[in-house]
Design a protein around this ligand. Structure first.
Ligand code: DLL
Length: 433
């Protein structure tokens, strides 16, 4: 039986959802106009006022906002409420430039946690469950978001945070954890460690996992599900909009339902910035409809994705997004060819490898080099040079047929690529372009 956290809205008619969105959008535009001078200036530059936005059909008139805008207005420039009404900040891991600092009022935290509670409920969680949150706690939104959602449902929450893998497994066994929340790469690592400890799916009390914060393939999902004997659900989100729970998978495991009562979605062409017709692949753009403290309108996520409008078997009416295919800024262009790390992962897993790999790109004599280091699994480990070479060639051919370009594949010993407790570092791009 499908469970919902807020059935009335999760299964509302499309007309009802649209009505809610129209109302909220008008209010939100007025809110930023009145309270965020940065937005007012941007709207004035486009020659519009709140009166021009009467429904979601007018959304295209609003200016986009990008990570550069967030950095430029760091730290308080986009604040929509007096600081005294804010109760929390969260922040991105910030690989380049200034960090993004997002603010929350108590109302914002409640809505965010409700979104996470919807995701947990869709994965089957009830107040009878033990939910272990192995996402990092702190500035990263993974731990606090799922922790809050788990509390809302009334699960017994185990806030292990990430790391200390053997202790994670001890708690899973001793406390009979049924729901695990962490990044998919950490889930795969936990599974690997459980196997080493001689634990099979029947020895592991887990029944579901909520894995997100980074791209992962269907093949990786099947691997994790098999090792742990669970159903693995995807969850998507970003700090700028709240954190995890912008969208989540249901029992159909076929795309993530976007919480459309809180987040209005568009797909645009990242080059022309045109809104694309339904079903096209392009960059995801979100407008937060309820956020008080950090309201973002038409925020360009850089995630490349497609929406699915077909009716879902779970009964939810929210539109679904496919797994993001990568980021428009994470996509590698190697020798002129677009390469998504997820494509490489698919080839590896299809050839029986785990998702422990690293892509190293460099430029030598004006030509791109493309190296893929892949860990052998303990089962296939061999130090027979001939065998290793044959396996490397096989993988290299597989990558060639997937990507159209040749990669130099190097097989390395099991466990030699550093494991991540959070998001995996898959790509090392040494090119200075
Ligand atoms: O990663 C929030 C989160 C935490 C989501 C826990 C799910 C679970 P940021 O650190 O701000 O927030 O990173 C956001 O991560 O724009 C995507 O590129 C990527 N991302 C998040 N979830 C997924 C997913 C959190 N399920 C950025 N699949 C986003 C693919 C994802 N990429």
């Amino acid at each position: 039986m499908e469970r919902y956290y807020q059935e009335e809205i999760e299964c509302a008619s499309r007309e009802k959802i649209r009505e809610i969105q129209n109302e909220k959008l008008k209010k939100q535009v007025q809110h930023v106009w009145d309270n965020v001078p940065y937005y007012r200036k941007k709207m004035e530059a486009k020659g519009i006022t709140p009166a021009d936005i009467q429904s979601i059909d007018d959304l295209h008139k609003l200016p986009f906002i990008t990570k550069d805008d967030l950095r430029e207005s760091y730290p308080y420039g986009l604040l929509g409420m007096p600081l005294k009404d804010c109760v929390r900040i969260q922040s991105t891991s910030g690989t380049t430039g200034k960090r993004v600092v997002a603010f929350y009022t108590q109302h914002d935290i409640d809505l965010w946690e409700e979104c996470c509670a919807r995701a947990l409920t869709a994965a089957g969680a009830t107040d009878e469950d033990v939910c272990q949150v192995s996402y990092g706690y702190g500035l990263f939104t993974g731990g606090p978001g799922l922790n809050g959602g788990s509390h809302k449902i009334g699960c017994l929450t185990v806030p292990t945070s990430s790391g200390n893998t053997d202790r994670q497994i001890m708690f899973i066994q001793d406390l009979k954890t049924t729901i695990l929340c962490c990044t998919p790469s950490y889930a795969a690592y936990l599974g690997e460690r459980m196997k080493e400890m001689g634990l099979g799916p029947d020895d592991i009390p887990l029944k579901a996992g909520i894995f997100g914060a980074e791209a992962w393939s269907e093949e990786m999902r099947h691997d994790i599900e098999k090792t742990m004997g669970i159903k693995a659900y995807d969850i998507y989100g970003l700090t700028e909009l709240s954190g995890p729970g912008v969208s989540f998978e249901c029992s159909a495991q076929d795309g993530m339902h976007i919480n459309e009562d809180h987040f209005l979605v568009e797909i645009i062409d990242p080059d022309t910035l045109e809104v694309l017709p339904d079903g096209s692949e392009g960059e995801l753009v979100f407008t937060s409809l309820d956020k008080e403290a950090y309201p973002l309108l038409r925020y360009r996520t850089k995630d490349i994705c497609q929406l699915k409008y077909e009716k879902c078997s779970c009964g939810r009416t929210f539109v679904r997004m496919a797994k993001p295919r990568g980021r428009s800024d994470d996509m590698l262009i190697i020798r002129g060819v677009n390469v998504f790390p997820s494509q490489i992962e698919t080839v590896l897993l299809n050839h029986g490898y785990a998702a422990n790999y690293q892509i190293i790109v460099d430029r030598v004599n004006n030509t791109d080099t493309f190296d893929v280091q892949v860990e052998m699994t303990p089962e296939m480990f061999t130090d027979n040079l001939g065998e290793v070479e044959a396996k490397q060639k096989e993988l290299s051919d597989g990558l060639k047929s997937m990507l159209g370009i040749k990669a130099k594949v190097t097989l390395v010993a099991p466990k030699s690529i550093a494991r991540s407790e959070g998001k995996a570092v898959r790509v090392i791009d040494k090119r200075k372009i």
